[in-house]
Design a protein around this ligand. Sequence first.
Ligand code: PAF
Length: 281
Amino acid sequence: METFSHPGDLRRHLDGLRRQGQSIGFVPTMGFLHAGHMALVDRAAQETDRVVVSIFVNPTQFGDPKDLETYPRDTERDLAMLREAGVAAVFLPGVEDIYPEGSETIVETMRLANVLHGEVREGHFRGVATVVAKLFNIVQPDCACFGEKDYQQLQVIRTMVRDLHFPLRIIGCPTVREADGLALSSRNVRLGPEDRTAALVLNRALDRAQELAATGATVEEIQAGITALVQAEPRAHLRAVDVTEAVTLRPATGRPGGQLAVMLSAEFGGVLLIDQREILP
Ligand code: PAF
């Protein structure tokens, strides 16, 4: 496994692989890897000949400087996991490699970035789209894998790829959960034991949303039912509950005619967690 920090070096290496006829699968990450990331790596390996992983804690997608500062990092452990998984190359750029002095270009999906979680995390999806566009241009992969837990992020990226004609396939992969239902997230390590138990309410709320939808509830009833469920957990500080049309994330009302997206975010002891899923009426 080779590691690179300069975009030019990685591109030259990958150009060499492409000349040998190898296809490239890409998994962008912010490090502190867990089984959810490794499932993305496995999926990329099933789809392509060589897998490239990036580890970059992207400053432009964090609103709160403290959140950026305390974001967990363990590069040695990450590299050991990626080596074990047979990854071909890891891209570990510094901030100046991705945002060179004088950078002024941003990428923004104008509507999708600014609704729902984009409203409570102002600028977050602009930061995500900008860094992912840069990474796609550097790696030029045949496909890239993203987790469905970050459902709005996945739709932002799909939209950007379509609108900017990036020549690659985006693959959404199912959320990996602990045995008790907690969605894997690098942030989970910052949860104390009581907050970790409390955070299970997010998965329970998603299950409840699916039950309500299956029994003919309206969007408003689903929204009210799961809001009450999360609010009944005293350690949860609810940030957002959204029930929308799947994929477009446009508002939905009344009896759902098709798939819905349910997107939750809440803080537990100051740690912001999200859990999101498609549900079927
Ligand atoms: O999902 C993440 O880890 C990040 O948002 C991503 C896609 C790597 C961009 O920084």
